[in-house]
Write a new protein. Sequence first.
Lengths: 103, 166
Amino acid sequence: MTPLASYLLVAALLFSIGLAGALTRRNAILVLIGIELMLNAANLNLIAFWRYGPHPELLTGMMFAIFSIAVAAAEAAVGLGLVIQIHRHAHTTDLNQMNRMKG
Amino acid sequence: MSFVFYILAALTVAGGLAAMLLKNTVHCALALTVAFAGQALLFLNLDAQFAGFAQILVYIGAVAILVVFAILLTRGSETPRDGVFSGTWLVGLVIAAGVFAVLGWAVIQSIPVLPHETAVPAVTVLQIGNALVSRYVLPLEIVAVLLTAAMIGAVIVAMHEKEGQK
């Protein structure tokens, strides 16, 4: 197996773990953690393709991964702020009990 | 394929699994940190030094701390009595297994056309910095605006509103 295929398989496994967590956990914070794991798996793919691609000196995959990290950080900050505000409002982070949009 | 890769891959996957399976939410956040660290080491193993250190700074330094703060502020460390998984956990697990099967199948099918071991790219941080302020300057500015907007938005969303002071 080529090294690139091994990295892609690890990234696929990480993505599936994150997806399973995001779909099955009940705590909203852990759903966000699952989404972070999925974003990380995508970054691993980008870096692996950059490393084994034909023109690594053009830095395309590297730039993609760096901007992806920045966007993921922004997403985490806003998401966790929302969870804190929902907890203040509804006194729970259990997704099963967050079934109303009205306050 | 080096021995180091297998150790790092096992560390990352084990951290991810533990983050999704443990009952105590604080333990999940710590396992998440292990997964992030494993991934940063995988980046270093791929000769992407800048991405590896950015991963350590952003994820372990900022996101993991943010997650721990959110858990402690929401008292999420208390394990609920009726389990940590939703009632439809089997459906989620089947969907995730299906996604992994499709991705794994696609990767294994494409092994013959994937490139083999290539020379280590001679990329320095200086080159990355030059590219960021020349060719990629517009995305850089947009990310700067995005991060500012996200920071202000997160502060406004999480700000405490007193009754009658809207």
